[in-house]
Design a protein around this ligand. Structure first.
Ligand code: AMP
Ligand code: ZN
Length: 729
């Protein structure tokens, strides 16, 4: 495939063409090493990395050069004024600018490594290339494009016809662009310095034909790009702030010296903003990779975050968004672990390539549309038509471009120490034998690895340091403590509400089905109604990976009615599906439910309905109008739930509460519909099973009496006049 990309000079998306077939020579403006790189700088380097990986993925060889600016911006006076605290500290320790540059250069390489940025083929330093810069300046003087004044050399902008073609800065715009610089030696204020005379006491100076001095700010990139990539190379990248003056001046220098264009394509990445303005040291809004590590955030979460915004779009940085990205990455890694540790299915590469990787490649080829490429992979992650083994193959292949290091996640199990594997195996056996004490004791021997118990015979292992720390748990003591959004208009299609109490594996199964079919703008609230602490921790872990799920933990059993009402308070969906953990969604249930609920006369719907003629005996039905919907899986329009005043909180146990809700809805004149059980499956109801016969009777009886007293004799039963769309049979 061929990459098409927005060329700043041509002002449109063009196929990226190269000087030599199958080889791309690219240059990226690298860091100024007198301070740590911030996330804004790194967004630009990530862009260069993704372009390079894409080009390689498409079968090209790439020669990548990224310069290290260790002179030019480092004016000695600025250093002495102590403008940079670290430099000031370094000076206090008796360090030289060279040592400072070495320190930050090493740190820069470390930052790139932590972000998964492939090392450039070469990292030339400006200070090692002063002779090359001098020779270009000499050429420019010889060609009449530069002039010397008192030991300084300037580029005569007006003598270079193409000046302004990259940035569009010509005429008045150009004068505005260079405003503020007052240098009496320049013939014209728009000219720029190629060489400067050294002021007394300056640390970094070189001999030159014009006396002792140091190079201007732009000449290094002309010198180093053409030295390592040739007078004509293919691609030059940087951030948009580089367009003027840096790259405009680079074009003037290189083209002026060689007499022909040097760069085939110019590509610029948009800025990273923080608090609404460009991230920059001067704005005091910078964040570094070290800052992320300090906050316990994996640097690759920033890489993941950047994948989600197209490179030509400004990107707002926030710690909230970063945490969400960290959780999404954690979720993806967990998936990869499942796919690699519990493998199943065959591998057929040709089918995979055509179905999944080609569209992935097309998204990349289309102006490096990484957000679209990632969205496509997300579909692959849940598509039922392919096996986990195949999914893993797709993701590992795609990750050659994404660079999230999924390969090392896939090999965590294989690389785990033998004694850890042995304790995990023993743990599994202990669990299978229901020796939970022994199983729990063995966790101590996992040595930094985490184990997620699946069904009785399976466990998935992960490196603890590659997991997001469990989200801080906020505990509530009453349903009234959750945010009350009942007065707000709905902003989502669906809210799924789940009340849990113990049995985390059931929640995991239930949530998996929900997340596979929930529309993208849907949200899920889990309210844990007083599970034991270790179970709450597990529930937090199960819910954490998907940003759409939010969990609230109650410090006690709030009672079924109150717990459901907490979910109603939180819901932002136009429709609310109340779900019990015993239910597994196995198909697109949301579509049929939405369709039925679109009818304003219908108040509630679910797979399983309950018909009754006396409020004492109930028969389950799966189609048509009914008196009630089984509460294991019942959907209603949010406004209808609000109209009936939510759930009756006197029902502390779940039984008959569902009937009471349905009847309240019918009392208001709405129809209640069963839509069929093709997309949902019921498993054992653990709470019910855990109760003794006696306890079941007692609790059910109380709720039944309450329900019966309330609705007996009320207009809730289906009558002949009831306009119910019964099934055709
Ligand atoms: P500097 O070290 O300031 O020369 O910048 C190194 C690279 O980072 C250049 O390509 C800049 O265009 C880029 N850059 C600087 N600030 C930002 C930002 N806030 N967002 C994106 N790129 C940036
Ligand atoms: Zn540059």
């Amino acid at each position: 495939m061929q990459l098409s990309i927005y060329d700043t000079l041509q002002r449109r998306v063009v196929p990226l063409t190269t000087e030599r077939a199958g080889e791309v020579r690219m240059y990226t403006c690298g860091p100024t090493v007198y301070r740590p790189a911030h996330l804004g700088n790194l967004r630009s380097y990530l862009l260069a990395d993704w372009i390079r990986r894409t080009l390689e993925y498409f079968g090209n060889t790439v020669v990548a050069v990224k310069n290290i600016t260790d002179v030019g911006h480092m004016r000695q006076d600025a250093v002495e004024r102590g403008e940079d605290k670290v430099i000031a500290a370094a000076l206090a320790e008796g360090k030289t600018p060279k040592q400072i540059a070495e320190f930050y250069e090493a740190r820069f390489h470390e930052d790139e490594r932590r972000l998964g940025i492939l090392p450039a083929t070469r990292f030339p330093r400006a200070t090692d290339h002063v002779p090359e810069m001098i020779s270009i300046i000499e050429r420019l003087i010889a060609r009449g494009l530069a002039y010397e004044v008192e030991g300084a050399v300037y580029f005569a902008v007006k003598r270079f016809a193409g000046y302004g073609k990259l940035s569009g800065n010509v005429g008045e715009a150009l004068r505005q662009g260079v405003r503020g610089e007052i240098d009496p030696d320049k013939h014209d204020p728009v000219d720029f310095a190629l060489w400067k005379k050294a002021e007394a006491g300056r640390a970094l100076t070189w001999e030159s034909p014009w006396g002792r001095g140091f190079p201007g700010w732009h000449i290094e990139c002309s010198a180093m790009s053409t030295k390592y990539l040739g007078e004509r190379f293919d691609l030059h990248t940087g951030g948009v702030d580089n367009i003027f003056p840096h790259h405009e001046d680079e074009i003037a220098q290189s083209e002026g010296a060689y007499g022909h264009p040097s760069v085939r394509h110019w590509v610029h990445g948009q800025h990273l903003l923080a608090d609404g303005v460009k991230m920059a040291k001067s704005a005091r809004n910078t964040v570094t990779i070290d800052d992320l590590v300090e906050l316990d955030v994996d640097p690759l979460a920033f890489r993941y975050l950047c994948l989600l915004t197209h490179y030509r779009t400004r990107m707002q940085f926030s710690h909230g968004a970063l945490r969400q990205a960290a959780e999404a990455l954690d979720h993806l890694r967990q998936r990869v672990r499942h796919w690699s540790q519990v493998p199943q299915g065959e591998l057929t590469h040709t089918a995979l390539d055509a179905r999944w990787l080609e569209p992935f490649g097309r998204a990349l080829a289309d102006d490096l549309n990484l957000p679209a490429a990632v969205a496509w992979l997300q579909r692959c992650a849940i598509d039922r038509a392919i096996s986990d083994t195949e999914r893993l193959a797709v993701f590992l292949e795609a990750d050659k471009v994404l660079g999230l290091d999924l390969a090392s996640v896939a090999s965590e199990h294989a690389k785990a120490p033998r004694d850890v594997i042995a304790s995990i195996e023993e743990h599994r056996v202990a669990r299978a034998a229901r020796d939970f004490q022994r199983a729990d004791d063995l966790r101590a021997a996992f040595n930094g690895y985490r184990v997620e118990d699946q069904a009785a015979d399976r466990a998935v292992l992960s490196r603890g340091d590659l997991r997001v720390p469990a989200r801080e748990r906020k505990t509530i003591s009453s349903a009234k403590e959750v945010p009350d959004r009942r007065g707000e208009a709905p902003t989502r299609s669906w809210t799924v509400g789940i009340v849990t109490r113990e049995y985390p594996a059931d929640l995991a199964r239930c949530l998996k089905g929900v997340l596979a079919f929930l529309p993208a703008d849907g949200e899920v609230f889990v309210l844990d109604s007083g599970s034991r602490a270790e179970v709450q921790a597990k529930i937090g872990d199960i819910a954490a990976p998907d940003g759409r799920v939010e969990v609230y933990f109650a410090d006690r059993d709030l009672g079924e009615g109150a717990a459901r009402n907490a979910l109603v308070r939180l819901a932002r969906g136009r429709m609310v599906l109340m779900l019990d953990c015993s239910v597994e969604i196995t198909g697109d249930l949301f579509g049929p439910l939405a369709q039925v609920l679109a009818d304003g006369g219908v108040g509630q719907a679910g797979p399983w309905g309950l018909r009754t003629s006396d409020l004492k005996h109930f028969d389950e039905v799966t189609s048509g109008g009914t008196e009630a919907v089984q509460g294991y899986c019942a959907a209603a329009r949010r406004e209808v739930l609000l109209e009936i005043g939510g759930f009756d909180e006197r029902y502390r146990f779940y039984r008959n509460l569902d009937i009471a809700v349905s009847l309240a809805i019918r009392e208001r004149g709405y129809r209640v519909m069963a839509v069929g059980a093709g997309c949902a499956r019921r498993h054992a109801h653990r709470v019910w099973e855990s109760l003794s016969e006696d306890e079941r009777l007692k609790r059910s009886r109380r709720n039944f009496d309450r329900m019966y007293r309330r609705f007996h004799g009320k207009p809730v039963l289906i009558t002949e006049s009831d306009e119910v769309g019964r099934s055709p049979d």
